[in-house]
Design a protein around this ligand. Sequence first.
Ligand code: 2PG
Ligand code: MG
Length: 417
Amino acid sequence: MSGHITGLDARMVLDSRGHPTVEVDCYVEGALLGRSIVPSGASTGAYEALELRDQDASRFGGKGVTRAVTHVKEHLEEALVGLPVDEQRLIDEVMIELDGTPNKSNLGANAMLGASMACLHAGAAYHELPLWKYVGGVAGGLMPVPMLNILNGGAHAASNVDVQEFMIMPHGFDTFQEGLRAGVETYHALKSELKKDGLLGGIGDEGGFAPNLPTNEDGLKYMVRAIEGAGYSTEEIGIALDVASTEFKHEDGYHMEGKVLSSSDMVDMYAGWLDAYPILSIEDGFGEDDWRGWAAFTKAHGHRVQTVGDDLFVTQSERLSQGIELGAANAMLVKLNQVGTVSETLEAMDLASTHGMNNVVSHRSGESEDVTIADFAVGTRAGQIKTGAPARSDRVAKYNQLLRIAEDVHEYRSPFA
Ligand code: 2PG
Ligand code: MG
């Protein structure tokens, strides 16, 4: 016997950048069993599902979510009441049908994802299961290797650095706890290295340091200095980049460090970096429409580096299928709000892993105390999660939830072994 949804409630709350976002509550047999807060991106891809904002410039700079909140309280509640709370696919399909658009522009992907995740939490609570176990079923969980974004650039910082994220991946450890500790110590070592050079200023949106640097390559040098400064080897801790290159791709090419680079210049630049630095993973090395650049790079270097499509795939099976056909990338970044429901996210992840691709579960630059992605990464056995620096509660909350889960889930291994 399953419990039935008896109500949804929603309200505006604030995200980590002080912008409005949607919080949804799900009631089962009259009891509040699930709650979720929707995240929000800054370097968003053009193909993402629509985040509905009020566009009323007199309130929150146009970023209000009154309409999305109303859609939950009126349309979504009416559509979902009476459904069994543990029928996630049915719940999501009912919402998709009600919305009736390809990009969720009618109800808003923020309204729909809030409801979808609140129901997911309520389903887990109804069955008295931790969320990771509810998501994972009998397969059991796998602790993800974290990508800790310790140096922020691009759209997440006010610096001159084009590359959006310089991350470290502590993949050569036996347990999640040891891996996280090594990552945290490296974060602090980076702080000391930057301080020595008089480059310690503020931090970026994801908690990483945000210095001005002479070149992007200097970011890589600091990663190595930090890893070694913390007493680790680059065998144990590797580097992951999110170039977020769609942000600086123009009609004539990629605008970097005052130059205009073609796709093949970019391939050459990355090849040079791969030769010189312990880079394990490069996300969005090419723009969201540069399928050829993606495919050329993955063909030439995909055997020695993970190539991760974020803006390229936007967690959508249709874009991913195109990428699979072209051999565009060997991994998919997973962001629930790029597609707008839990079921469609699971479907895209399944498609990726069926084709031998890795999945990397990800936060957004605008986050909150909601830790759904921590459980989601463990339950889906994605093996990797990127959720910022070990700084600021919106990022740390996910690591803390993973530490709790790690008391029960012990499997932790390198996705590159
Ligand atoms: C990304 C994300 C998260 P945003 O590009 O991968 O780090 O940034 O949420 O701004 O799109
Ligand atoms: Mg990205």
